[in-house]
Design a protein around this ligand. Sequence first.
Ligand SMILES: Cc1cc2nc3c(=O)[nH]c(=O)nc-3n(C[C@H](O)[C@H](O)[C@H](O)COP(=O)(O)OP(=O)(O)OC[C@H]3O[C@@H](n4cnc5c(N)ncnc54)[C@H](O)[C@@H]3O)c2cc1C
Length: 510
Amino acid sequence: MLQTIRTSHPRVYKHFSALEDGEKYVQQIIDIDAYWERVQGQSVEQVVVDGGSPAMMQDVDGEFDIICAGGTLGLLHASVMASVHGFRVLVFDRYAVGKATRDWNISREELDSLEKVGLFTSDQVDACIVSRYKTGWAEFSVSEDRRKRLYLDNVLDCALEADLLLGLALDKVTASPGCMVAHRMTFTRVHRYRDCVIVEVLDSEKVTRRYRARVFIDAMGITSPVAMQLNDGRPQTHVCPTVGTIASGLEGVDHEVGEILVSTEPADMSSGRGRQLIWEGFPAGRDRYITYLFFYDEIDSPNDKSLLGLFESYFEKLPGYKMPGRDFMVERPVFGIIPAYWHDGFSLSRRIADDRILMLGDAATLNSPLTFCGFGSFIRNISRLTGGLASALREGRLDRSSLEQVSAYEPNVAAMANLMKYMCYDSTTDDPNFVNELMNEVMVVLDSLPPRYREAMFKDRMQLGELMVVGLNVAVRYPDVLRMTFEKLGFGGTIGMMKNLLGWAVSPVR
Ligand SMILES: Cc1cc2nc3c(=O)[nH]c(=O)nc-3n(C[C@H](O)[C@H](O)[C@H](O)COP(=O)(O)OP(=O)(O)OC[C@H]3O[C@@H](n4cnc5c(N)ncnc54)[C@H](O)[C@@H]3O)c2cc1C
């Protein structure tokens, strides 16, 4: 696989060839990049089918209460359902269950939910934290005399080693009676009956197997074929392709401070209608440092959004952010497409459930892409996502509308997708430094307001009144934003934003 990218992506080839698992990572990246073809395709694969042959009902390889496809957040969810609520769970993944292609940053206080839900002790959670830092900051590339570095305390200040946390969850599932974990098992189809589902998979030997359960959890991330079908081939409206590395040997890094959002140049015009590239940098324990490069975009923009292409840009541009020293060594790449959905209406307008089917995590696409916090959103909502499903199972309420109530839809988070639209650079409407100028003004405004405003914004806890205060202050300082709103969002998008805000204003507090 590496050989196929040797001339098309020479920098990726060079760095990945030096990794023990370079081949595996390139394969995973190509598998995720297949999303772009599927999302632009004419026909949608039909993987949710009603019923099946009567023989299929009898001929199953195992029976469970819950079957979960996807072994990242799906595994965390499964571990609560198995070890706390006592359900029989099967969790499987097309790769290894419990091995993430990224690590997570979060605040320590948010992790308390794992204790509260009865999954882990505080000591177990602490053992997964590989680095804690004093503070973090965000800064955008404008002229030095106007540049505002915004400091953020208690935000994303813990770096978790995802695989350590997932390893603990894996132990919980395997130790629970009647549960099963299957590695390298690929979802192919779910047959839905009145009182059960039958999930069809290919095992590691490419043999078809079938398992019966009361409910199916789709935790297959952005590439979920279930989310694709149930949303008519359009499961996301926006995306944030993200790549990076956990590496040692970068010069000039501060191992006590997190760099939460950083831009170093105006929009990059090398692709389609342009993209505003943004960096993140976090200490990752010992001498390691994690750096990410990403950009926000509309799903159907003409830009190259492939992770492979972005990795090539990452290795090319890294020296402009953090200089690799003589000892620079990539330990592991991190990558993925962060999904986003803009709900065109007063409330949830995306399919996140169906009868006996519930989507979780990125498959549900309910988290705010602005803050990067899909893991954080799951942790914040873990009590409802697990307790709600346990009640639904006990009471036999497994229809679509009951399962939708279990979900993590939050009107305040949904409204943030409007703000993300300002971060999607478009050369047909924006000056090359538009995103940086606007974000610098947001940093100035947040800096002038009490710390709770910035904390709320970066932890997805913004209240409507707080957003209004920030928005009005930005408009006063940077009146161009009003003109840009109509140009960038268009009439429909502006009305849509108002609908989102109104829906948020009248939504019941959950
Ligand atoms: C680089 C990066 C950094 C991030 N950093 C943070 C952070 O610091 N803090 C934070 O809160 N969030 C962060 N996020 C977001 C967070 O990682 C995601 O929201 C979260 O991982 C989503 O988990 P998931 O289980 O829904 O999807 P995924 O993590 O994508 O997992 C889906 C799983 O489904 C499996 N799968 C797919 N198709 C099939 C199939 N057909 N059959 C079987 N299995 C299948 C995949 O192999 C995969 O293991 C980051 C995201 C990225 C990309």
